[in-house]
Write a protein that binds this ligand. Structure first.
Ligand code: HEM
Length: 183
């Protein structure tokens, strides 16, 4: 679906770059937090809470993006890009949205099923209810699923960025119009 708008709206552009920055930060933080020794329990706890907060913000922003996408839709495709590549790009975007939803939901379930009943504190103080309780068997299955989905998300998002840079280099406005309003 497309409209004649030459560029994405300001809200859509801000949501795009904020989501990208938060996913990159949450991903990097994940490897740091699991590596922190339990001797530094407070630091480890705080890093986990920061990771969970970032992930929950990503989930909220993605839901908002999907709402805006439904309401405002998107600018027209660049006619210079062949239809087959446009279809591939659309497929990639569907996968990206799927992973952007799946990764935080899996993360939430990992946190909820983790042994020890560690709370999820949004921004460090707002307790997020866990809809399921601690369950070691589910935790053991969900943990690698969350990690793998997060790696797939970052790999796909990197591919998406490289493709955008490639088209930008060939004079397409696809990257510029996600950065600022088209003239
Ligand atoms: C964009 C969002 C997210 C990304 C990119 C992400 C990424 C990751 C990655 C790569 C790991 C792997 C660390 C490892 O197991 O070695 C991880 C672990 C973890 N994530 Fe997320 N995550 C996200 C959202 C969330 C959310 C929303 C929550 C909970 C509310 C969460 C909770 C956890 C927990 C508890 C672990 C550690 C599991 C363990 O103890 O090993 N994540 N995350």
């Amino acid at each position: 679906m497309s409209i004649d708008a030459p560029s994405w709206s300001r809200a859509q552009r801000r949501l795009h770059w904020t989501t990208a920055a938060l996913v990159a930060t949450g991903f990097a933080l994940a490897w740091i937090m699991v590596g922190v020794s339990t001797d530094d329990l407070l630091l480890k706890f705080l890093l986990y809470q920061l990771h969970k907060t970032i992930g929950l913000i990503v989930l909220a922003l993605v839901l908002l993006r999907l709402l805006l996408r439904g309401l405002r839709r998107r600018p027209a495709h660049d006619a210079r890009i062949p239809p087959a590549l446009q279809t591939a790009a659309a497929g990639m975007q569907v996968c990206l949205y799927g992973l952007l939803l799946a990764v935080p939901v899996l993360g939430y379930l990992v946190a909820a099923t983790a042994p020890g009943g560690i709370p999820t504190l949004f921004l460090g103080f707002l307790r997020v209810p866990h809809i399921v309780g601690a369950d070691p068997a589910w935790f053991a299955a969900l943990r690698p699923a969350h990690r793998l989905a997060a790696i797939a998300l970052v790999v796909l998002a990197s591919g998406h960025a490289l493709v955008a840079l490639y088209h930008h280099g060939r004079g397409s406005p696809v990257l510029t119009r996600m950065w600022r309003r088209a003239a």
